[in-house]
Write a protein that binds this ligand. Structure first.
Ligand code: FES
Length: 928
């Protein structure tokens, strides 16, 4: 078969059933990304004979004689296509995995298409940005600039901190030329495929791999009988003891539908798939339990009967992974009984999929020195390396784990879902092995956000001063306890730490069930508990007739307050590095009061709502980063960090730090990261630690390098003073060039590469960030449809290192918050199977769904973070659902208690309230 790709002829013989995307990628066109396999996400978009299509649903045989254009060929020579140029200009991406597909589709649009833009871009999902910068970019490219972009495009770019510096790989990203995990040649790698359990709870009585092993091309079949039996947790933390050892690479007990039964490695995907179908398994079915309330009752089936507190499982016989029963200030019931007013309620949250567009996966091989090398889509390469070393009893130095640019993570890649199997297969076969999740695997075999049941009771004086907070929390960790303990503790901490209150009580348990495992997800439990706490605060505001912003002002912690939690041994780490909550409350309230001119449809009910959140930077108990900065003889500065870039923007901030401290132009900065061979250690890119951890360490490294450069110049010239200058260091009336500096540097400060500065950070102090979200919503009284008319988020990020990127993080977090507030929900059927394991069944916010969130930044300067910066990665998500729930409650006169607040749930609420006939009264919609 012959067809044309980007103007070049391509000869190929498609395999039976092969799609165009796979054929293109196997032909080296890695600019065509894989995000799903069903034509839903658009990451694989190409232009086929002039029409944008999803290449994953085009049979390859059908393109004979056709012409295909990919994102790599939209450009005209060195000039990008106008829409690609515009995406670069407008910061139209974060992880960038969706971007080549977005560019392809958008390149076919003209000004006539703009009124229909939502529909035309509907097939290109972006999980990171919230779409606003993509919309701006498209509109600007076909019309010229139509909206302000927050100063991002207009600001002169010198590469310094505080400026909206564009990511260095921007031009490669918009063309699809920046490599992600699987954008590399894997033609020599065996394909790994997994057999999933059809049962939620069963013991394997017998497993026969004879037929599977006999399939031509099959190299090995792994089961619990021949895999390493050592237990571990897929969750990765600085302290591996933070998670229970309850997981095996391949187990003989199935605890959720989709759990690994066996793994096949074969020469081809077809052989591996055929072999998977031939693995014969005899199960002894066990009773399953899916409700966490039932799971902890006496007589419930026990998932991990043999685990003990030694494995960090609190009460295995009750399926209880961990408990928190603690308080401050005396008996909470007594305090509530003596309070002038009390409010209470019970809220429920649902499973949410990370839905990052790049699925999990890893490629492993042995290198020439006999080391195991794993290229992985991970946020935590060092933690993966260390656990692989433990599992396979190898010295750490015999393993290298590295990541290319990661196509989104949101916490989902703070897990080891693929690397263990790949390592097993590589070590056993000695051959390269690749294991890439499908989108269905993501829903069935990766993790979801922990569903919580949160009961809150608040007591207050008649003036609205809190007297007691009582929290009763139940978290469903699913079949395994990865992140279950940390999510529960974290969720119950900052959500009530933020309020001054003399009496606080928390009773919380996290429970095993036969559901798909839960895991780390942006916010790490805070969003769930904040829904309950902030909704209860809103009830209190309504009851007392107090403006909800004022109620928060009356009760929220102020700078210097003791952070009265229930129990957290790491709280001494928390430091008031700065305080901007007061500004955030003012900014959000003012913006909501101003409105945005968007009206509700006639007859719809309107309500306003707000909520606040705060979060501590980094995980407690240490978060380590080692970095280096090296001046080379040619004047370039090589920065080395361990942290990964997955759309969090830290790689750009790292370059800005280097350019600022070393007064260097952006072209002189070269950054490498996410490689265990590069720096001594890095805990990883999670817990909002990128800038405050690795960034702080790199600041120290660059400062040390600068000092060493100046010292060297002074010693060479005999001068008392020296300063950085173009081309070298100015001292004693002359310029000491870079090459001379490197040669003259003290031996202890020099490597073969140049003069080196090193810096490390250990997370000994953690500062606090604040967010306030406010919305105005309209509710259709006939259908329960909720439309967000106005969305505002104010944030206290300290000194903002890169305003455009920070705005993008907040917009993206808000968009994820709105999705999980209104419709995102991983559904589980009565057998425990995920019922909607595809994007067309699980609704990720599309282009038309996400309102613009107005972003407002407090003016603060933090004493802990580098240059005064604070964290702003996870936290924008946390207050959104509570704000939306509060707005719905005020619109319909009844409070929603089950997130997401879907059309059906809100409709039922309307029925209960009899609100359909209520007139739309503008006065009734205004706070309080
Ligand atoms: Fe769109 Fe990450 S930038 S999915």
């Amino acid at each position: 078969m012959r067809f044309e790709v980007n103007g070049e002829p391509l000869e190929a013989e498609p395999r039976a059933g092969q799609c165009l995307r796979t054929l293109l990628r196997e032909s080296g066109h890695h600019e065509v990304k894989k995000g799903c396999d069903a034509g839903d996400c658009g990451a694989c978009s190409v232009i086929l004979d002039g029409v944008p299509v999803h290449s994953c649903i085009i049979p390859a045989v059908r393109v004979e004689g056709a012409s295909v254009t990919t994102a790599a060929a939209l450009a005209d020579g060195d000039d990008l296509h106008p829409v690609q140029e515009s995406l670069v200009e407008h910061f139209g991406f974060q992880c960038g995995f969706c971007t080549p597909g977005v560019a392809v589709t958008a390149s076919t649009l003209t000004a006539d298409d703009l009124p229909d833009l939502d529909r035309r871009m509907k097939g290109n999902l972006c999980r990171c940005t919230g779409y606003r910068p993509i919309r701006d970019a498209i509109e600007a490219s076909v019309l010229g600039p139509v909206r302000e972009t927050g100063g991002a495009a207009a600001e002169p770019v010198e590469g310094r901190v505080g400026q909206s510096v564009r990511p260095e790989p921007s031009r490669r990203i918009v063309q699809g030329l920046e490599p992600y995990t699987f954008d590399t040649d894997v033609s020599d790698a065996l394909v790994l495929r997994v057999v999933g359990s059809p049962h939620a709870h069963a013991r394997i009585v017998a497993i026969d791999t004879t037929a599977a092993s006999a399939v031509p091309g099959v190299i090995a079949v792994f089961t619990h009988e021949n895999a390493t039996a050592r237990r571990f947790s897929t969750a990765r933390h600085e302290h591996r003891e933070d998670d229970p050892d309850d997981t095996r690479i391949l187990d003989d007990v199935m605890r959720f539908v989709g759990q690994r039964v066996a793994a096949v490695v074969a020469e081809t995907a077809e052989a591996a798939d055929a072999a998977c179908r031939l693995v014969a398994v005899q199960y002894d079915l066990l009773e399953a339990v899916f409700d966490p309330e039932e799971a902890r009752r006496p007589g419930a089936p026990v998932l991990h009967p043999d685990r003990t507190v030694e494995d960090r499982v609190a009460e295995a016989s009750r399926n209880v992974l961990a408990t928190l029963h603690d308080g401050i200030g005396g008996d909470v019931d007594t305090a509530l009984a003596s309070s002038a007013v009390t409010v209470s309620g019970t809220w429920r949250t649902s499973r949410v999929s990370h839905a990052q567009l790049e699925t999990h996966g890893a490629i492993g091989r042995m290198d020439a020195e006999g080391r195991l090398v794993i290229r992985s889509s991970t946020q935590v390469p060092f933690l993966v390396r260390d656990e692989l070393a433990r599992l396979f009893e190898l010295p750490r130095q015999r393993i290298r784990v590295h990541a290319a640019r990661v196509g989104g993570g949101f916490g989902g890649k703070q897990e080891m879902f693929a690397e263990d199997l790949v390592a097993l297969a590589v070590l056993r076969t000695g051959r390269p092995v690749a294991y890439e999740f499908t989108r269905a695997d993501e829903f069935r075999r990766a993790s979801v956000r922990h569903p919580f049941r949160v009961a809150v009771t608040l007591g207050a004086t008649a003036e609205g001063v809190l007297t007691a907070i009582k929290l009763d929390v139940l978290s469903d960790t699913g079949a395994y306890g990865n992140h279950g303990i940390g999510v529960m503790f974290h969720g119950c901490a900052e959500s009530i730490n933020v309020y001054r209150c003399p009496v606080k009580r928390v009773d919380a348990e996290v429970v095993y069930t036969n559901n798909v495992p839960s895991g780390a997800f942006r916010g790490y439990g805070l969003g769930q508990v904040i829904l309950g706490v902030e909704s209860a605060l809103d009830m209190l505001a309504e009851r007392l007739g107090i403006d909800p912003f004022d109620l928060r002002r009356r009760n929220a912690v102020r700078e210097g307050d003791p952070l009265l939690t229930v129990h957290d041994e790491h709280d001494e780490d928390l430091v008031w590095g700065s305080y901007g909550l007061d500004q955030c409350l003012d900014l959000a309230q003012d913006a909501l009061g101003r409105g945005n001119g968007v009206d509700a449809p006639d007859g719809w009910l309107v309500g306003e709502g707000m909520a606040l959140s705060f979060i501590a930077a980094m995980a407690p108990g240490g978060h380590h980063a080692h970095t280096s900065a090296t001046l080379r003889t040619d004047g370039t500065i090589a920065l080395a960090v361990g942290t990964a870039e997955f759309g969090n923007g830290t790689s750009t901030v790292m370059r800005q730090i280097g350019a600022t401290v070393l007064e260097a132009s952006a072209e002189r900065i070269v950054l490498r990261g996410a490689d265990t061979d590069l720096v001594p250690y890095d805990t990883g890119a999670f817990a909002s630690a990128g800038v405050t951890g690795a960034g702080k360490a790199l600041t120290a490294a660059c400062r040390q390098l600068k000092t060493r450069m100046l010292d060297t110049a002074r010693r060479v010239t005999g001068a008392d003073a020296a300063q950085l200058a173009p081309g070298g260091v100015q001292a004693g009336g002359r310029l000491v060039p870079y090459a001379d500096l490197v040669r003259a540097a003290a031996p202890a400060h020099r490597t073969v590469d140049g003069i080196v500065g090193t810096g490390s950070e250990h997370g000994d102090e953690r500062s606090l960030s604040f967010n306030v979200h406010a919305v105005r919503v309209a509710v259709d009284p006939e259908t329960g449809t909720v439309r967000v008319l106005q969305s505002v988020q104010s944030a206290d990020a300290g000194f903002v290192m890169n305003p455009a990127q920070c705005r993008g993080q907040i917009e993206g977090g808000a968009a994820q918050g709105l999705g999980s507030a209104l419709y995102e929900e991983v559904l589980v059927d009565e057998t425990g199977a995920v019922a909607n394991p595809a994007f067309r069944l699980y609704r990720v916010p599309q282009f038309a769904d996400v309102p613009i969130t107005e972003v407002l930044l407090a003016d603060t300067h933090d004493s802990v973070g580098p240059f005064g910066a604070k964290s702003m990665s996870e936290s924008p998500y946390n207050p959104v659902a509570a704000a939306v729930g509060n707005a719905i409650a005020r619109a319909v006169g009844g409070r929603p208690y089950h997130q997401p607040f879907t059309r059906e749930r809100v409709w039922r609420l309307l029925q209960e309230r009899g609100a359909q006939a209520a007139p739309v009264a503008a006065a009734a919609s205004a706070l309080p």
